[in-house]
Design a protein around this ligand. Structure first.
Ligand SMILES: Nc1nc2c(ncn2[C@@H]2O[C@H](COP(=O)(O)OP(=O)(O)OP(=O)(O)O)[C@@H](O)[C@H]2O)c(=O)[nH]1
Ligand SMILES: [Mg+2]
Length: 464
């Protein structure tokens, strides 16, 4: 046995984790990665049959049947093992994947045997972190792995898939190359201390910087869609009691989640459910009806409604179209987000108070107008973005933060050159461009900041 592979510490050591969810299932997968992973494996795995003698030479990328045992040679389970020698593996290091029976105890014992033979338990996202550090993917791709795992709708999945394929990374690398070329050009002037940038070159640069800024702005414009795809749009159903808010929630959900009754004040607390509307994830929030109330509990419910409205991406204000207009404020008068008026109970006669008001007419009991409502919701959510599904990339909050800073730098570089008629001091332009370059580089992970990396990968699940 080779003792040299026993946990060496640092990034070269062998990590192990259960890659499948904890629970009973047909199969569990345990993954090992690192230089020496195959040695760790060989201490506790014996291939079946004639391979026994050649156990150290497991064929690459070929499933091998055998026994997993502990260091005392007590058999734990019959398993299938596949090895991926680096660099042709997920992490770029030697990787072994062990499929054992999916029992909680069996899985844990396999894990313990591997820990005993020298591996150490992986932290969250450590496999992907290694893949990134070994150049198998850039940071946007590593992030896309988690987006893909947590995607709840088709569009979210598609966007994550595109990012994983490297679309965003490619765009950013192009942008980076352009900025780098600009920096090089400007810095050439610094070598000649008495020379400012000449007007002709300066003006050309202004144009190039402006084009880069447009690229940054176009990416920034996908931030809202990116957030909604990752977290879901917060759509709050708001209105007076008894207008049919819970009926609408149930109808959009497709099952009776909320209690519906003709008693005003049925819903007292907020209720949240996620649905996919044409592939867009929506967090639908049903709320307590708003009116003047002296009931202590109801007042608390109404307070919660107000908080939800303040944080909404879209407020669906439901009114009872058959009744006179109540004193409740219209959604446009509350909250900061977008709003839409919905005249429910359109199966009854519409009251004159509502005739002149624009709103989507629906009937929850008769299931009328729901298609129109869904179309209207999609239209509102894409109001200042592109049509859903057209975007190949949609950035996340971290990307947005970096791009906003890059935008400020590019603006400064552009302004400086423009105002001086193209003859700005090269030192200052170079500084602005370098700073923009750093911020763009940070998105794909071309930074040394360990802190940034630690923060990103710690949000991953263990085993990824
Ligand atoms: N005629 C008619 N009745 C409806 C319609 N939608 C809901 N209702 C009825 O209106 C009543 C109130 O519905 P809910 O969905 O509980 O109303 P709500 O706005 O959630 O009420 P609170 O939770 O009390 O604020 C129930 O009796 C529903 O059956 C509709 O489109 N047409
Ligand atoms: Mg209700």
């Amino acid at each position: 046995m080779d003792d040299s592979i026993v946990a060496q510490g640092g990034t070269g050591d062998v990590i192990v984790a259960i890659a499948t969810p904890v629970g009973q299932g047909a199969i569990s997968l345990i993954r090992l990665s690192g230089t020496g992973a195959l040695d760790v494996l060989s201490q506790v795995f014996t291939p079946t049959g004639k391979r026994r003698k050649q156990k150290r030479e497991l064929e690459d990328r070929k499933a091998v049947l055998g026994h997993l045992h502990d260091l005392q040679a007590d058999k734990i389970d019959e398993v299938l093992v596949t090895v991926f020698r680096g660099p042709r593996s997920y992490t770029g290091e030697d990787v072994a994947e062990i499929s054992c029976h999916g029992g909680i105890l069996v899985t844990r014992k396999v894990l313990e045997a591997l820990l005993e033979s020298g591996a150490r338990a992986a932290g969250p996202g450590e496999f992907s972190q290694r893949a990134f550090l070994n150049g198998k993917m850039d940071l946007t791709q590593a992030e896309a792995v988690m987006d893909l795992i947590s995607a709840q709708t088709n569009l979210a999945l598609k966007a994550a898939g595109e990012q994983l394929a490297g679309r965003l990374g490619e765009q950013l690398m192009e942008l980076r190359a352009e900025l780098l070329s600009l920096v090089a050009q400007v810095e050439a002037y610094i070598d000649f201390p008495d020379e400012d940038i000449d007007p002709e070159t300066g003006n050309l640069m202004v144009m190039r910087i402006s084009t880069s800024k447009q690229t940054v702005l176009a990416l920034l414009a996908t931030a809202d869609q990116g957030r909604i795809l990752r977290e879901g749009a917060r759509v709050v159903i708001y209105g007076a009691p008894n207008v049919g808010k819970s009926s609408l929630l149930n109808l959009l959900l497709g099952f009776d989640r909320a209690i519906v009754s003709d008693v005003a004040g049925t819903t007292r607390d907020t209720l949240e459910e996620v649905i996919s509307l044409r592939g867009i994830p929506l967090r639908l929030i049903d709320t307590a009806g708003v009116h003047r109330s002296s009931d202590k509990i109801e007042k608390q419910g109404i307070e919660r409604t107000k908080q939800q409205v303040e944080n909404a991406d879209l407020v669906l204000q439901v009114v009872d179209g058959s009744e006179a207009r109540p004193e409740v404020a219209l959604a446009g008068e509350v909250g900061n987000g977008r709003h839409m008026l919905i005249l429910n109970k359109a199966d009854l006669v519409i009251h004159p108070d509502w005739q002149a008001l624009k709103g989507v007419r629906i009937s929850c009991t008769e299931n009328q107008g729901i298609d129109d409502l869904e179309n209207a919701i999609v239209a509102v959510l894409e109001a200042d973005g592109e049509a859903w599904g057209n975007n190949l990339v949609a950035i996340n909050a971290r990307h947005k933060d970096c791009l906003k800073r890059a935008k400020v730098d590019l603006q400064a570089a552009e302004e400086g050159l423009r105002q001086s008629g193209g003859t700005a001091m090269p030192e200052i332009t170079a500084m602005d461009l370098r700073s923009a370059l750093d911020h763009v580089g940070e998105i794909v992970g071309q930074v040394d900041a360990e802190e940034v990396l630690g923060e990103i990968f710690s949000s991953f699940c263990i085993g990824k």
